[in-house]
Design a protein around this ligand. Structure first.
Ligand SMILES: NC(=O)CC[C@H](N)C(=O)O
Length: 229
């Protein structure tokens, strides 16, 4: 499987994603600078986390207008799988590739800690390495992670089985700490209508080595590698 990782000014998790992809696929990803107007032929494009343009105006708003994004949109239309993690998720919503918006965390503070997620669907190349209902532990690190969808969109995401992950407690329920940012309906990640684009606020790439305290993120990268080999 060939992969590309896009780097914007202010991206800071690209090397974490490179290591996770290298471990899963056995191949180094191509690193693409945001000013590049063309992309190599790849099976997966990853927009990693960070603070593109210092989160100026709104997180992801400026990166969404980078030259490379026109090409990302074209590749998305061709069915290439696209994964946006944290700031990458923010960029995908700002670019209109995913619906809804990421607002300031409900507690108005940057939140950096492990969370539990419930896998809501295994029906995508990103989540088929897990079982629906499975709980995983991965970290979050953001201040603009409160996912908002209006009632109509929320209904559509539920009806079309496009909610990929929900925040939950380690027992699988909901308590006062389980939702780190006030996201609507506990949503931590969503799929596009095509199911080939995933945006998620938590960082699976930072849960792929025992030294990181969890290897629960491996299911995502290993599942992708099996699905897209
Ligand atoms: N880790 C990240 O990608 C940070 C995301 C984003 N810039 C925020 O703080 O909301």
């Amino acid at each position: 499987m060939q992969t590309a990782v896009i780097r914007f000014p202010g991206t800071n998790r690209e090397n974490d994603v490179v290591m996770a992809l290298q471990r899963a696929t056995g191949r180094p990803p191509r690193i693409i600078w945001h000013k590049d107007a063309s992309l190599p032929e790849v099976d997966l494009i990853v927009l990693p986390g960070g603070f593109s343009y210092g989160d100026h105006l709104r997180a992801g708003a400026m990166a969404a207008h980078s030259p490379v994004m026109k090409e990302v949109v074209r590749q998305a239309e061709r069915g290439v799988a696209i994964l946006g993690i944290c700031n990458g998720f923010q960029i995908l919503t700002e670019a209109g590739l995913l619906p809804g918006a990421l607002l300031r965390n409900a507690g108005l503070k940057f939140v950096c800690r492990d969370v539990h997620l419930r896998i809501e669907t295994s029906g995508s190349v990103f989540t088929e390495g897990y079982n629906a209902g499975q709980l995983i532990r991965v970290p979050v690190a953001h201040h603009d992670g409160c996912y908002y969808a209006d009632d109509e969109l929320l209904g559509r995401l539920r009806d079309e089985d496009r909610i990929a992950f929900r925040y939950c407690s380690n027992g699988g329920g909901v308590d006062e700490r389980s939702n780190p940012n006030g996201s609507r309906d506990e949503i931590a990640g969503i799929l596009s209508a095509s199911r080939r684009i995933l945006g998620m606020m938590p960082h699976p790439e930072n849960a792929t080595e025992p030294l990181q305290g969890s290897t629960d993120g491996c299911g995502l990268f290993d599942g992708l590698t099996r699905a897209l080999h």
